[in-house]
Design a protein around this ligand. Structure first.
Ligand code: SAM
Length: 397
């Protein structure tokens, strides 16, 4: 609210007074609302803000908040600088090297002038650093981007997300048709899932395989899978999570359940990793088909978050129908919560799933609620070693 320069003692409006009179609020809540409305009236006043700017400590706080707002306003520009570096192959080109602008420009196929400008922007965002005048090297963040192909692929596929949400008003009003992400994730369209062809699942399956490395490390560091004799990964994609598990726990038996077209791809991937004999493949629909038994642990990695509550209940009830009593069920996916990482995950995934047209980023207790409604018991929420990437909820059939 702008007080029109009337100063920071402006009186509350009738609407604000009405808001504070709303019931039912506890005394503490009413006080907090009144204090926040007062504070907002002061901040809305140009005279108050110029008064703050004259006091060094308050000026510092004010400038910090202004920087934060500016960062928020210009975030897409930052994203596009990162995206350009990925598309031009800058991180791979600098992996383990220090290069001049000209040498890097030759490798990336752009003019040295243009690349110099982009590198200066990337340096401001701490993606690259200067080792010496006109000698570029990777920063810590740049190094992670250079070595993690899955991360680079995730960033690349965001081009679809940004096209889907480009008209932000229409997107949040729900005034738009189904976008690119809805088409990309073929199983979201439902219909006859068993008939989905290889070409429709290959792009998302490759993305999931590549982006699993960091996630699998985090899941395996957050829970002891060595206690299980046999692990069945439901919706296991090409088997990247099971490959990571197999490396860490050499005697655990493995099984993977996914759509027929995906288990075919999993067969090839597991073969390439020398795991064919150790991993059984089960093609099928996890919402309707028989779920194989004989495993003391069943995992759902990045599965429930893809689906709305009614579909999650159908999936979990089908699992409950078929699994043997005592089977451990482990849900691992990005979860909403109070930590900074969990908040960042919730902001991102809530938008992502809205664009995809299915799914929700849930809190651990929301997931436990769905598990309880499906008949599972003994819930345990495990905070992972990196809540930005994943949270775990463990239950028993
Ligand atoms: C987001 S991906 C996660 C893949 C893997 N768990 C990971 O984290 O890398 C979801 C997986 O669920 C599989 N899926 C979707 N609907 C399915 C269904 N009805 N029956 C079996 N698998 C399904 C997809 O094919 C895909 O592999």
């Amino acid at each position: 609210m702008d007080t029109g320069g009337k100063g920071f003692t402006a009186q509350p409006t009738a609407a604000e007074e009405a808001a504070t009179r709303l019931r039912p609020f506890s005394m503490m809540q009413s006080l907090a609302i009144t204090a926040r409305l007062w504070r907002n009236r002061q901040i809305a006043s140009p005279r108050f803000r110029s008064f703050l700017a004259r006091l060094p400590l308050l000026r510092m706080i004010g400038n910090r908040k202004a920087n934060k707002l500016f960062r928020l306003t210009t975030g897409f520009v930052h994203t596009q600088i990162l995206s350009a570096c990925i598309h031009l192959g800058i991180f791979e080109a600098l992996d383990g090297k220090a290069l001049s602008t000209t040498a890097l420009a030759t490798q990336c196929g752009v003019s040295a002038d243009t690349l110099g400008q982009l590198l200066a922007q990337a340096e401001r965002l701490d993606l690259v650093i200067h080792g010496a005048p006109d000698l570029w090297m990777l920063s810590d963040t740049g190094t992670v981007l250079a070595v993690d192909r899955g991360l680079r692929e995730m960033i690349r596929h965001h081009d679809m997300l940004y096209r889907d949400i480009a008209d932000a008003g229409a997107f949040w009003r729900g005034d738009r048709g189904q976008g690119e992400l809805h088409r990309y994730w073929a199983y979201v369209r439902r219909g006859d899932l068993a008939a989905i062809e290889n070409a429709a699942v290959a792009p998302y399956s490759a993305l999931m395989r590549e982006s699993q490395a960091m996630l699998a490390d985090c899941i395996l560091a957050s829970h002891d899978f060595g206690q299980y004799r046999s692990v069945l990964d439901i919706g296991g994609g090409e088997g990247a999570f099971l490959c990571a598990l197999a490396e860490r726990h050499r005697s655990t038996e493995l099984a993977l359940f996914d759509l027929p077209a995906v288990t075919e791809l999993a067969g090839r991937h597991l073969d390439g990793r020398g795991l064919t004999a150790r991993c059984r493949l089960h093609p099928g629909d996890f919402a309707t088909d028989v779920i194989p038994t004989g495993h003391d642990c069943v995992t759902l990695v990045r599965i429930l978050c893809d689906h709305d509550d009614d579909r999650v209940l159908t999936i979990l009830r089908n699992l409950h129908r078929h699994l043997e009593p005592g089977t451990r069920l482990i849900i691992a996916e990005a979860m909403a919560g109070d930590s900074e990482g969990a908040k960042l995950a919730a902001i991102y995934f809530t938008t992502y799933f809205a664009a995809m047209g299915s799914g929700r980023c849930r809190t651990a207790s929301e997931i436990a609620g769905l598990l309880a409604r499906s008949g599972f018991r003994n819930f345990e929420a495990v905070t992972s070693v990196n809540p930005l990437l994943v949270g775990l909820v463990i239950a028993t059939r």
